[in-house]
Design a protein around this ligand. Structure first.
Ligand SMILES: [Zn+2]
Length: 125
């Protein structure tokens, strides 16, 4: 991970991913506000069917949350690139591994730690 060229590659990947999310987020909002969704919502309101509106609003909020979460992760990864911590698991300090980083360039944890973390809420329930 100390190779400058691979650091640059990941930095570029992260920036591109960030732009992509912001673009699709803006597109999603535009569609939500003015496109076919708005017509569907208007039709639903006329018919007194509010569930249509809530359905779309909920979907849009959830998508927006997911996108914001991804941007936060990307910003964290970019900061880690600056600090020189990029590519190491935030939990156990082991290398995350190239194969995993190529798929998820903003991964904070190695596969084992990520799986452990994802299982935690399920165990609590
Ligand atoms: Zn780990």
């Amino acid at each position: 991970m100390s190779e400058l060229s691979s650091r640059e590659n990941f930095r570029r990947m992260l920036y591109e991913k960030r732009q992509e999310i912001i673009r699709s987020s803006a597109d999603g909002m535009k569609k939500f506000m003015s496109g076919e969704n708005r017509q569907t919502i208007a039709a639903g309101q006329e018919q007194g069917d509010c569930s249509v509106f809530y359905q779309f609003e909920h979907m849009s909020c959830r998508q927006f949350d997911t996108q914001m979460e991804s941007i936060r992760k990307i910003d964290q990864a970019l900061k880690r690139l600056e600090d020189g911590n990029y590519g190491y698991c935030d939990e156990c300090g082991e290398e995350i591994g190239m194969e995993r980083l190529k798929v998820i360039p903003f991964a904070l944890f190695c596969r084992d730690c990520q799986e452990t973390r994802e299982q935690l809420p399920r165990k609590r329930n």
